[in-house]
Design a binder for this molecule. Sequence first.
Ligand SMILES: NC(=O)C1=CN([C@@H]2O[C@H](COP(=O)(O)OP(=O)(O)OC[C@H]3O[C@@H](n4cnc5c(N)ncnc54)[C@H](O)[C@@H]3O)[C@@H](O)[C@H]2O)C=CC1
Ligand SMILES: O=C(O)[C@H]1O[C@H](OP(=O)(O)OP(=O)(O)OC[C@H]2O[C@@H](n3ccc(=O)[nH]c3=O)[C@H](O)[C@@H]2O)[C@H](O)[C@@H](O)[C@@H]1O
Length: 428
Amino acid sequence: MHISVIGSGYVGTTVAACFADLGHEVTAIDIDEDVVDALNEGRAPIDEPGLEELLATHAGDRLEATTSYDAVPASDVTFLAIGTPSNEDGSIDLTALEAAAEAAGEALADKSERHLVVIKSTVTPTSIGDVLEPAVRRGANGNENVEVGMNPEFLREGSAVDDFLTPDKVVFGTDSEWATEKLHAVFDPLLDEHDADVVETDPATASMIKYANNAFLASKISLVNDIGNVCKEFGLDAYEVMAAVGLDDRISEQFLRSGVGWGGSCFPKDVDAIVAAARDEDYDPALLEAAVEINDRQPERLLELLEDHVDLAGARVAVLGLAFKPQTDDIRNSRAIPTIETLRDRGAEVVAYDPVAADNMRERFPEIEYADSAASALEGADGAVVVTDWDEFAALDEEFDAMADPVVVDGRRIVERRDGLAYEGLTW
Ligand SMILES: NC(=O)C1=CN([C@@H]2O[C@H](COP(=O)(O)OP(=O)(O)OC[C@H]3O[C@@H](n4cnc5c(N)ncnc54)[C@H](O)[C@@H]3O)[C@@H](O)[C@H]2O)C=CC1
Ligand SMILES: O=C(O)[C@H]1O[C@H](OP(=O)(O)OP(=O)(O)OC[C@H]2O[C@@H](n3ccc(=O)[nH]c3=O)[C@H](O)[C@@H]2O)[C@H](O)[C@@H](O)[C@@H]1O
């Protein structure tokens, strides 16, 4: 099959490279020429394990990239993987996706065979019917051969290729059997290799499945954080408690790590977007609002625990970990951001360290100090907090002895407790 993928960011690049690997002819389309050049040279514009290898194998062969939409009508199916950020009020901003949907429609205005345009981006349940399908139709000048479907994506940053190629489920949201069959033709090479559940539904339900998935996972972590805070009050270890709770199949052992909370480019924006969409329909999703509030409070609790040991005004505090999770340099909505902001508000001098994300954080906080190792961040510090669970922090030991006062508040349960180190766990 010939597939065009519009948008070559985290999702679009991964999807395009994986479709090529599954044997399809793929054209990746992006407005960013640097991204297009990188793809054509077989280089990954983003850092994801396994992606560079796939691109190097397929670029110039089954995969090509371009800034032109001319490849759209020549393909059998088109996927749209454009960003869907938040407006100021948390609601979904469809501007970029709507523009790309209309441009895809324009490219298809004269196509005489049926063509499926699939929304891969995360969009609210009314987005396709109210905004995106009309945009495609407007562009296509009413060409009845063009149909719109939805295929939400569940991959995680840091394991994008592996997650895409070994999904638990794939969701096809379509308005016709023909469109469902097209999506089967796209995904059957994957489903032949890997057993995954296939959910066939309509586009609005498919959109909601994606939000329900992310809202559930984010709320699960917030619930675990709430329970973890209670554990801490009783002097109990939330990790021991949740390890036992997770043995219940109905709960599962995954996403039970309590601590400083969830960040990243999707959980915060997606929970905000579905909350805003629900409020638009005059429903207040109280549990989702509470999940956000608990998440916002965790960095503050981390620093309250530090303040039990250190007077923050004038103190030198090491912040270990800046990325929103390990194995990425992505700092979007990282819990390190409110942590650093509050430390500075309280008059602390911040020295930050992350193995890969420091350059990105420097753009956000150019005025703080960045150390080139955890050891040098800790040297002479009056206190330390751990915000990201990088493996290397588990090996820290005598480095704490070089602190002015060896105090660490661990927001991710990664540092080893030992004599001579005042250690506080956030929820243990
Ligand atoms: N990042 C992730 O891990 C996941 C993201 N998603 C969803 O997938 C969607 C895309 O997210 P990302 O890939 O992270 O976004 P991104 O921001 O990394 O990539 C978007 C790409 O679209 C390009 N673009 C913008 N306008 C264009 C146009 N008119 N024509 C062609 N290209 C255009 C940009 O240059 C950029 O390369 C979002 O809705 C997101 O919520 C879903 C699952 C996972
Ligand atoms: O829609 C998306 O973009 C994606 O969002 C998340 O993926 P991602 O944000 O890449 O990363 P996760 O591994 O889910 O971690 C998100 C945040 O939760 C935190 N987390 C995760 C698990 C846990 O037990 N505790 C916890 O605090 C992480 O530290 C991180 O800050 C989802 O896991 C993906 O399924 C989804 O496709």
